[in-house]
Design a protein around this ligand. Structure first.
Ligand code: CP
Length: 317
């Protein structure tokens, strides 16, 4: 694997899921593989799970880990090409990446959607600069449009929880939120589910359809009750409008996932990438109930990251 920024970087999804599950059985099985190599984890946005799971995964492989919380600890970055830097920005992203090239064998970066310019976000204005200027493999720790390490962990979690012969029904359901949220997790989950052997549907209110570039021919149902019927897995996530970019069109029905809504399902397992707004996106009873596999999903972030770092090390070792 030369880089990891979307599902298209994975040659064989079932193979990498299998590898991640083997790593979960024996996390120190490749303990010397990263010896003498350094991974830089660059966070332009907040994180709990991605930061810590990536650190654990890298340490399990014997990698040196540099973590830069760039928004808090580094110089104020300039992203615009040709900018006259006589204002608040102190260091150009091109220079920062060139310096990271001197220190790191792998660069991983978190760069959320700015949610101001649809064009900038759909074109990955920040991740693309890392891909352009990095001389070492680049890994996305969540970008403007995708969260591939999360999606791989989601695939691992579904695989672990499905033992029947038939395909599971997986439903990605929109959930309420108090502010506009980016589309990366929803896009990514939609993209990766299309590579899995599952029956996949998306449910969201009118006005909240995700980008067709990611959902392609996946069925979108605007009635949540209808979509949840007989579900085996329910993935709860909020996102803002894509068409009316970053807006929050009014939603009259109650889309929060509750135990009552689970009654119509096939005792569906409930998933969420976290962090979650309890009693807004889903109820306490769902979060803390026996159907929730949300913490298992969070744990699998370690093995998702470790499988990817290991494949990247195969390339550079
Ligand atoms: N799910 C996820 O990416 O969590 P963090 O934002 O805390 O890293």
């Amino acid at each position: 694997m030369k880089k990891f920024t979307s599902v298209s970087d994975v040659e064989n999804l079932q193979e990498i899921i299998k590898k991640a599950l083997q790593i979960k059985e024996n996390p120190l099985s490749e303990t010397g593989k990263g010896k003498g190599k350094t991974i830089g984890l660059v966070f332009l946005n907040s994180s709990l799970r991605t930061r810590l799971s990536s650190q654990i995964a890298a340490q399990n492989l014997g990698l040196n880990v540099l973590t830069l919380n760039a928004a808090q600890e580094a110089w104020n970055l300039e992203f615009a090409d040709g900018a006259v830097m006589n204002g608040d920005t102190v260091e150009h992203i091109k220079d920062a990446i060139e310096v990271l090239n001197q220190y790191c064998d792998i660069i991983a970066v978190r760069c959320f959607a700015g949610m101001k310019s649809k064009e900038d976000d759909v074109n990955e204005s920040i991740l693309s600069q890392f891909e352009q200027h990095a001389k070492v493999p680049v890994i996305s720790l969540e970008s403007a449009t995708c969260h591939p390490l999360q999606s791989l962990a989601d695939c691992i979690t579904i695989t672990e929880n499905w033992k029947e012969e038939r395909k599971p029904k997986v439903v990605l359901t929109w959930a309420p939120h108090i502010k506009p949220i980016a589309h990366a997790v929803g896009n990514s989950f939609a993209e990766w589910m299309q590579e899995m052997d599952v029956d996949f549907v998306i449910t969201n209110p009118e006005g909240y359809d995700l980008d067709k570039n990611f959902t392609k021919d996946v069925k979108v149902i605007h009635d949540q009750d209808e979509a949840l019927k007989d579900a085996d897995f329910i993935y709860v996530k909020n996102w803002s409008s894509f068409d009316e970019y970053a807006a929050m069109p009014e939603v009259k029905e109650n889309w929060m996932l509750t135990n009552e809504k689970l009654e119509n399902t096939n005792q569906a397992k409930v998933m969420h990438c976290l962090p979650v707004r309890r009693n807004v996106e889903l109820s306490d009873e769902v979060m803390d109930g026996e159907n929730s596999i949300i913490y298992q999903q969070a744990k699998n972030r370690i093995f998702s990251a470790q499988a990817v770092f290991s494949e990247i090390l195969d390339e550079i070792n």
